[in-house]
Design a protein around this ligand. Structure first.
Ligand code: ATP
Length: 309
């Protein structure tokens, strides 16, 4: 469970009860191949997904009634209602388990919203991972995964800990063990992009199936140079600034690869060291003061959450 090791107190019936503070890391798609449209309206995908060292924070406190407060630099546009994915996930699990307890939720949005970083999915998944312990219930991981998949295609990945190849609509997972943490700079220029609009604008053909990701250094850079994000042209059509972000990342010293994550508009570049990534982030911030720019790491959950800022 991704906790900050903090407990928070709530009040129920006048007496304090313990709660939890959790970190929900962003997700980055190192590549995203669209294999085609499916009859059910979803797209068949092949993607390599990792966690990033930037996280939302979620406080969950047992309470007499359900409530949610949303704060933080990216709270705008995030519902502070039952429509929030944290509340939807928690209430769905409570119903399945027959738990009548309610929760007071405080969600701090540090991850850009509608940005290809799976922020809402990670919030929901992190909540689902934590609640069984808070409620003193054991829940089978398959059960959590099918409950999560019904709420969002990225939730099954975000319920796990590992770097994964995603298949199907993003819900079929194959863990990639031994993939190293990579130094990165993430950039979002500020325009939210609706996933559905980007997929609707995508035009065939896509790049085809992914080869199995290697885990040795030379193989990784070869693999990363050969794969694509097939949604890039569609996203640039909706927000031309994404092309500017990719070009700016590409020009930074030491950039090995610059690419968009998910359905955009967040883009990332990969570097050979944390120092190069930090220098590149400073370079970008000095020229583009309105962009959200973060030097961080990408990898398995345990590799990135400790460097979270
Ligand atoms: P993906 O990469 O999975 O497509 P995304 O990063 O593009 O996701 P999110 O940040 O998850 O998109 O937000 C998508 C929409 O979901 C937002 O427009 C927002 O209204 C809604 N939403 C509901 N709950 C949340 C939440 N906890 N955090 C962010 N958005 C939420």
């Amino acid at each position: 469970m991704t906790t900050l090791g903090k407990t928070v107190s709530g009040h129920r019936g006048g007496s304090p009860v313990p709660g939890l503070t959790l970190r929900a890391p962003a997700k980055v798609n190192l590549c995203l191949h669209v294999l085609g449209r499916r009859p059910d309206g979803y797209h068949e995908l092949a993607s390599l997904a990792v966690f990033a060292g930037v996280s939302d924070e979620i406080e969950l406190r047992p309470s007499d009634r359900w409530s949610i407060e949303v704060r933080g630099p990216f709270s705008r546009g995030v519902p502070a209602t039952d429509a929030n994915l944290v509340v939807r996930a928690a209430r769905a699990l409570a119903t399945q388990l027959g738990v009548s307890d309610a929760l007071a939720v405080v969600l701090t949005k540090n991850v850009p919203v509608a940005a290809g970083l799976g922020g809402g999915s990670s919030d929901a998944a992190t909540t689902l991972r934590a609640l069984p312990a808070l409620w003193g219930r054991a829940v089978d991981s398959d059960r959590l995964r099918s409950l999560g998949a019904a709420l969002g295609a990225d939730i099954p990945f975000c319920l796990g800990d590992e770097v994964c190849v995603l298949g199907g609509a993003g819900d079929r997972l194959t863990p990639v063990l031994g993939w190293p943490a990579l130094s990165t700079v993430l950039v979002n220029a500020g325009k939210p992009l609706e996933t559905r609009a980007v997929f609707s604008a995508w035009q065939a053909p896509g790049s085809g199936p992914l080869s199995r990701p290697p885990t040795d250094s030379a193989g990784i850079w070869r693999f990363m140079g050969a794969v694509r994000n097939d949604l890039t042209a569609a996203a640039i059509g909706l927000d031309p600034t994404i092309a500017e972000v990719l070009a700016a990342l590409d020009r930074t010293t030491g950039c090995r690869v610059a690419r968009m994550s998910g359905s955009g508009g967040t883009c990332f570049a990969l570097y050979g060291s944390e120092g190069e990534a930090a220098d590149a982030a400073n370079e970008l911030k000095s020229v583009h003061s309105s962009w959200w720019v973060r030097a961080t790491r990408l990898g398995a959950r345990a590799q990135v959450v400790r460097c979270d800022a």
